[in-house]
Design a protein around this ligand. Structure first.
Ligand code: C2E
Ligand code: CA
Ligand code: CA
Length: 645
């Protein structure tokens, strides 16, 4: 209640913005007031000429006329002054603001004074006090300030007017006039207060809008997390730098920076600490490259456009500082460098090249920096080719699944296949997933390939079933990004299964351990849905990443695919065997069945069988092969289809 009253009376503190807006609106009102006043005074000049000279026929006397109209002249000049100030008023200029105050107050005081004088005379002569009322209305509308100030001001003016007349007239002011005067004051006060609140509300709304706008503009060019510029800004500014006629493109280089292993820092210390780390790293980069164009592209990737001269020292400085930020996780600072080949090269394309060069240092302890040269350019062109021709390759049927046999360890009979994508290209020849999968993931188009493979697998299964040939379940590989990039990955699969009438137990869904370690809600939900609708979930590449066993307990995997890395050094290293034993038991304990990948020798197969691993897959049993080859091998008895899957 008290707060409500305080607010109504304007005791609540306004922001500087609201105060300024209210003043600006006062100045805007001044234009109308000034124009009305000027018009009225000019009319009065004419009116006096007409009434006192023309109609009566008295000869014109200039000095007398001036005497008679001098009050109007003062008002006219004050009005003109106010009009000029209001017209030239500049919102953001302190001096004009002050001038605005002075002009409105001066105008109000002068108008009130004349209103007072005229109405005093009028009242004494038994006439209405209209001049005072009008003038007080002007002043009130011009000086919309906080309600309590307006109330005090108006009350003061009205009381002064009333007490002067009350003292001057015999027997005091007439009661009826007192009541009228009081009512007018009250009415005017209420109007002024309501105008104030309206204006305050409008100003507050605009303030919020402008703040939101500024935020949007900031978001447009700043990276929210690190507070340095973002890629959008980088590309725009880089284009401007190269558009400068005086610049020599040979003086500049593009630098792509990748903080390798940052993911592990995140995993270990959490998201918040990871974000702080990125913020500090961004700051270090900006410091080291002062005067250059620096931005964060995304994740742990940064972009720099800098001078060739001095770049080496700067790179070294920032690398040292970032590495020394902490010693718990080995963060590699990797650089890709691209020297622009012309002035007209598109900054995005240039960054792509630097980025590609940087990608060649990935997972290499001996290499922190890669310069984009002719050799790198060949790889880059192939990568561009892959991205630009994905759809063409899908449509033309250049992309198709190859099938790698999965067998029961106990008797070597065929119990399934893994569908592995192959791209047989007329220009580049045989492309393996290692060539195109990482590229398609980088460019976030991997889902197009996966959708194509899923459909091919369903079609191949359908054909085999229609022809009455024996079929085995096929495992398909989901990329982590599929769940992000496909509208609805589960629905997509369901639709294919429906279209080709495939029993759900004929499809196994493989998801890598690293995909679920990110633990995104979307992936978790999708996996639950897949599991609930009857697909077996296979955990791919178990043991290849750093992810924790902890995440595993939250998912319902049917089969654990033990990564082929466990077989490295199998022959010479006794520890490899005990580790394999341990992992097979672990799967058992977690109520998953096990499959070991990458089995290449009889000895390995023998060992795994003894260890209790249920399924085996690897070159020893067969490389991935085309559907027709698989069919031939089943026909010729190379593979004996298991009775039970
Ligand atoms: P992955 O899912 O772990 O597939 C197993 C990879 O190991 C295959 O490589 C296979 O050819 C290879 N391999 C199988 N047995 C042996 C062996 O005994 N020794 C050796 N050294 N290697 C063996 P590939 O076909 O090159 O695929 C590589 C990776 O590409 C796959 O790893 C998978 O992550 C990805 N990939 C393949 N096809 C697809 C696909 O259709 N969609 C998605 N998203 N990823 C795919
Ligand atoms: Ca796989
Ligand atoms: Ca695998």
């Amino acid at each position: 209640m008290l707060r409500g009253i305080a607010q109504l009376l304007g005791f609540r503190k306004n922001s500087a913005y609201v105060n300024r807006s209210i003043q600006d609106m006062n100045i805007r009102t001044s234009v109308y007031m000034a124009v009305i006043t000027i018009g009225f005074e000019v009319y009065m000049y004419y009116y006096i000429l007409k009434k006192r000279y023309w109609e009566i026929g008295v000869p014109f006397d200039a000095s007398l006329y001036f005497q008679q109209t001098k009050n109007y002249l003062i008002l006219l000049l004050t009005g003109l002054m106010l009009l000029l100030v209001a017209l030239f008023y500049q919102k953001n200029n302190q001096a004009w603001r002050r001038m605005g105050y002075v002009a409105t107050i001066a105008f109000s005081v002068i108008s009130l004074y004349f209103g007072f004088v005229v109405s005093f005379d009028d009242y004494m002569n038994g006439k209405q006090i209209l001049a005072f009322l009008t003038m007080s209305l002007y002043a009130a509308c011009l000086l919309i300030w906080r309600p309590y100030i307006s109330m005090i001001m108006l009350a003061g003016v009205y009381y002064f007017f009333f007490s002067t007349i009350n003292a001057a007239v015999e027997g005091g002011m007439r009661t009826g006039d007192k009541v009228n005067l009081f009512t007018y004051w009250l009415g005017l006060t209420v109007v002024v207060i309501s105008i104030y609140h309206q204006r305050r509300e409008v100003a507050e709304k605009t303030e919020h809008l402008e703040a939101a706008n500024r935020r949007l503009q900031n978001i447009a060019i700043y990276d929210e997390l690190t507070r340095i510029h973002n890629a959008y800004y980088f590309y725009e500014e880089a284009a401007k730098i190269f558009a400068d006629a005086d610049m020599d493109y040979r003086d500049k280089l593009y630098l792509f920076v990748n903080l390798e292993n940052f993911k592990y820092y995140n995993d270990r210390f959490g998201f918040k600490a990871g974000n702080e780390f990125l913020g500090r790293a961004a700051h270090i980069i900006e410091e080291a490259f002062q005067g250059s164009l620096v931005a964060r592209q995304s994740d742990d990737h940064f972009l720099i456009l800098t001078d060739v001269v001095g770049a080496e020292e700067r790179i070294e400085q920032m690398r040292r500082q970032i590495v020394n930020m902490q010693h718990e996780v080995r963060i590699g600072v990797k650089f890709g460098i691209y020297f622009p080949e012309s002035k007209t090269i598109d900054p995005q394309y240039a960054v792509d090249k630097a980025r590609y060069a940087c990608s060649l240092t990935r997972d290499r302890f001996d290499k922190d920096l890669c310069i984009y040269d002719d050799k790198v350019a060949n790889g880059f062109r192939r990568r561009q080719y892959i991205v630009n021709n994905l759809q063409m390759a899908i449509d033309a049927g250049y992309i198709q699944p190859f099938y790698q046999p999965v067998v029961w360890a106990k008797d070597g009979s065929l119990c399934g296949c893994e569908a592995l994508a192959r791209w047989i290209d007329p220009t580049y020849g045989f492309l393996s997933p290692g060539d195109f999968i990482p590229v398609l993931e980088d460019y976030r188009v991997i889902h197009q390939l996966d959708a194509c493979i899923f459909e091919c697998v369903c079609r191949d299964l359908r054909n085999a079933m229609d022809e009455g040939r024996p079929v085995v379940p096929v495992s398909i590989n989901f990329s982590r990004l599929d769940f992000e990039l496909m509208d609805d990955a589960v629905l997509l699969l369901e639709n294919l299964v429906e279209k080709y009438q495939i029993p759900k137990d004929m499809l196994h869904v493989e998801i890598t351990e690293s995909a679920i370690s990110d633990c995104l809600d979307g992936i978790r939900q999708a996996m639950d849905r897949l599991h609930d609708s009857g697909y077996a979930l296979w955990l791919d590449d178990f043991g290849s990443g750093y992810s924790s066993l902890n995440t595993l307990k939250d998912f319902q995997f049917d089969v654990m695919k033990i990564d082929m890395a466990f077989l490295h050094g199998f022959e010479n290293n006794p520890k490899a065997k005990s580790l394999l034993n341990y992992v097979v038991n672990l799967a058992d304990n977690m109520e998953m069945r096990s499959l070991t990948e990458g089995v290449e020798t009889e000895e390995q197969a023998e060992f795994l069988r003894a260890a209790g691993c249920g399924r085996l897959q690897g070159y020893f049993y067969g490389k991935p092969m085309s559907i027709s080859e698989l069919r031939d091998r089943i026909n010729d008895g190379t593979y004996r289809v298991a009775a039970e899957m």
